[in-house]
Design a protein around this ligand. Structure first.
Ligand code: GRF
Length: 202
């Protein structure tokens, strides 16, 4: 399967996919990253892609008249690579109707909390502030809400008394990277069906 990965920051989830593909390519992980897209320049995620020789593209909101125009540009740039599956791995923008019309049903996101708890961009901080003892990460299909699409897989992470946001997010990311690699491999290799809020992987 052809993957396009969307990033906005460090790109360690992207790196986990690249490392797996590099190691497992011969045994048929079933997916290859054909391009990496971002909403901003000068981030480690883009450097990781370039080091791996993978084409990159950047669609900055500020370069477009409004969000709708940005959404169209992001959709067009992504379509260029004819992805089978689009993976948002730390992509910090909410895509619009154009992107969803084109990719909903084959567009997944990884989120650093156990959805439906703590949706949005401050999930780790909010979980910590709320005092939960268990948090985690979720890989889900993207729909027209914010972190509300059908859940594919989740991983639990304990919260420790001494945790601050960074420490907790790093511990979540350890689980998240493994979860994302497994989910992408299974979706790519085995196919899947989405039935309402249920995701079936044969
Ligand atoms: C991940 O925890 C993702 O769930 C969240 O931002 C983080 C991105 O990390 N949205 P990285 O850029 O993959 O290192």
């Amino acid at each position: 399967a052809r993957l396009v990965v969307l990033v906005s920051g460090a790109g360690t989830n992207l790196q986990a996919l690249l490392d797996t593909i590099a190691v497992q390519h011969v045994v048929g992980y079933g997916a290859e990253v054909v391009a990496v897209g971002a909403d901003r320049e000068d981030i480690a995620g883009l450097r990781r892609a370039r080091e791996a020789g993978i084409p990159t593209y950047v669609c900055r909101l500020g370069d477009h008249a409004d969000r709708a125009a940005w959404d169209v540009a992001l959709t067009r740039a992504t379509e260029e690579y004819e992805p089978d599956l689009v993976v948002s791995a730390g992509f910090m923008k909410i895509v619009g109707a154009e992107f969803l019309a084109r990719f909903q049903g084959r567009f997944i996101n990884t989120h650093p909390a156990l959805l439906p708890s703590f949706p949005g961009a401050q999930a780790v901080r909010e979980a910590l502030a709320h005092g939960v003892r268990i948090t985690g990460c979720t890989v889900h299909f993207v729909d027209d809400g914010v972190d509300t699409g059908p859940i594919i897989a989740q991983g639990a992470v304990e919260v420790r008394d001494e945790d601050d946001e960074t420490a907790l997010h790093e511990r979540i990311k350890d689980v998240e990277r493994r979860l994302l690699v497994e989910v992408v491999g299974r979706l790519a290799r085995d196919g899947y069906r989405i039935e309402g809020r249920k995701v079936r992987i044969p």
